[in-house]
Design a protein around this ligand. Sequence first.
Ligand code: DQA
Length: 164
Amino acid sequence: MNAKGGSAAGVEPTKLLVVLHGVNLNLLGERSPKHYGTLTLPELEESLRAEAARHGWACACHQTNHEGDFVELIHRYRRRATAMIVNPGAWTHYSYAIHDALELVDGPLAEVHLSAVEQRESWRRVSVVSDVADVRVWGKGETGYHQAFHLLIEAVERAQGEKA
Ligand code: DQA
């Protein structure tokens, strides 16, 4: 098996989408519905698992309120994930530790925010991770994650085409 979960000779490797949520995102559904909607995190993760399965992908979802644990999750999946979606929550705006960890991710990476971060407080308009993301989607709620996933699929297919 290769580093990204692929295997040799003729067997179609399972692609893995990794979705990582950061601080306070466990409270989706009750937290500021005006910005984040009413969907809970388990519901959002379930919809992503279902969408991944429709495309023949596996999907691993995690959430933590601890920055070091978020970094550890990135390390755990940085080579194994075919593609990764992260919503680091407030860490987006200041965590160089998360930036540096994300820089080590092999596959294409999407930074997603449920709310319209670019139209909220000035500090939310700053992202210290965006320069390492291949895709950035904000302000589209759940739809934004699906959009990001489709863009990541295209990126993976492009990279495979380039290799062939
Ligand atoms: C968020 C936006 C961040 O500014 C905020 O701190 C969050 C969620 C979003 O999904 O819109 O926790 O990342």
